[in-house]
Design a protein around this ligand. Structure first.
Ligand SMILES: Nc1ncnc2c1ncn2[C@@H]1O[C@H](COP(=O)(O)OP(=O)(O)OP(=O)(O)O)[C@@H](O)[C@H]1O
Ligand SMILES: [Mg+2]
Length: 381
């Protein structure tokens, strides 16, 4: 698939922008702070309903505006050669639910947009996949899951909602206990929430385990291509509680229920849900050592790139080639890895690159070029 047109209104620094795009490589080049990342961030938003830079929507709205609108037309060619265009429009209003339109119909939920455009975005922020908190790696897994299986966005939302409610209940129970009110809050309600949490949590866990298994060989292969002889990469999904690796969703649910029972007293004391996928970790090993805390800067970069390249391979293998977005990554890499990465992505259906100077775009990625300056996006070649 590829994005054939991007249109912005009041998104980030843009009052308006109209950017027609072709398949193949397109580079956006211009000085710092001119709005290159803003363009690709908007495309990423249509794919994931989130920004790779910020956790909330407020910064995405142009200063002084009330809402932003992002429109993309997505062209998908089936295996039989028929091309189909899907027009996706998102209206982003901070503090309110987004509004979506698909092919001009507004009888859709924003969530229905997921899966229509698939992207893999490489950005300087990716270094935190390796060096950052477990939450970064959980988000990596969950975003990839949602891209592959859009219905899981609903499961994620359910889980988050149940977790919040359950935590609130635990907090009340903890406060009641501290106040010395005997048994305090009603714990029978807690059991109901345990059931909800275990159901959604087990589904998420089972899908994550499957995903990690599918990613493992692809990450190893990508790392070897980027840094030949640089060591073996191993991905380990670590559960927040002890136990055998579940063989099915049902088993995962039983295990999580049992684990919740085991930590109940602690949870009530602390007023917090202590087990479940929100506490699991994706361990990244390089050779015998964990990457986090041990890998060098360059190794960490190669690992982060390998995770993204593996995502690309995985999405590609299960229907619909994703759009590749490389935001300012070449400037961060040495010449060898820069060339290898360029070779690995050059054949993709659509590659969008941003760079501050033309020299940062590798030769293998010659293609269309836009100049981005003073709020204008102008096609050069
Ligand atoms: N909500 C907003 N309203 C107005 N301007 C904004 C908003 N958010 C960001 N900007 C402006 O957009 C600019 C940053 O754009 P962007 O991150 O796309 O730059 P860039 O071209 O990628 O730069 P670099 O080469 O440094 O990565 C900044 O000048 C910032 O002030
Ligand atoms: Mg940028």
């Amino acid at each position: 698939m590829h994005v054939a047109h991007l249109s912005l209104a009041d998104f980030r620094s843009y009052a308006r922008a109209e950017v027609p795009l072709d398949p193949g490589v397109t580079a956006f080049v211009g000085p710092n702070g001119q709005g290159k990342t803003n363009l690709v961030e908007a495309i990423g938003y249509v794919a994931t309903l989130g920004s790779h830079r910020v956790a909330t929507d407020a910064p995405l709205i142009r200063l002084g505006a009330e809402r932003a609108v992002v429109r993309t037309s997505i062209l998908r060619t089936s295996s039989s050669g028929d091309a189909r265009t899907t027009l996706v429009e998102l209206e982003i209003t901070p503090g309110k639910a987004n509004r979506a339109r698909i092919n001009r119909s507004d009888n859709v939920r924003p969530r229905d947009v997921l899966g229509l455009l698939r992207t893999v975005l490489f950005a300087p922020e990716d270094l935190s996949l390796v060096k950052g908190d477990p939450g970064e790696r959980r988000r990596f897994l969950d975003e990839l899951l949602t891209a592959r299986t859009p219905r899981l966005a609903g499961v994620r939302q359910d889980y988050e909602r149940v977790l919040k409610q359950r935590n609130a209940l635990l907090k009340t129970a903890a406060a009641a206990r501290r106040a010395g009110g005997g048994r305090g809050a009603d714990l029978s309600t807690l059991e109901v929430w345990d059931g909800h949490l275990a159901r959604a949590g087990a589904e998420l866990t089972a899908f994550r385990l499957q995903l990690v298994a599918a990613l493992q060989p692809l990450v190893a292969q990508a790392y070897e291509q980027l840094a030949p002889g640089g060591g073996e990469t191993v991905l380990e999904y670590r559960s927040s509680f002890e136990g055998e690796r579940p063989g099915s969703r049902e088993e995962a649910e039983q295990q999580l229920l049992a684990a919740l029972e085991d930590v109940r007293a602690q949870e009530i004391a602390r007023g917090l849900t202590l087990v479940g996928p929100h506490r699991d970790e994706l361990g990244l090993r390089l050779g015998p050592l964990p990457a986090k805390g041990y890998a060098s800067h360059g190794e960490s970069w190669s690992y982060a790139l390998a995770l993204r390249l593996a995502s690309y391979e995985l999405l590609r293998s299960d229907g619909g080639e994703p759009v590749l977005i490389l935001d300012d990554v070449f400037a961060e890499l040495d010449a060898r890895r820069r060339d290898r990465l360029a070779e690995l992505v050059a054949g993709a259906e659509q590659v969008l690159v941003t760079a501050a100077v033309p020299e940062d775009v590798p030769k293998a990625l010659a293609g269309a070029r836009f100049a981005v300056a003073d709020g204008d996006v102008t096609r050069l070649v």
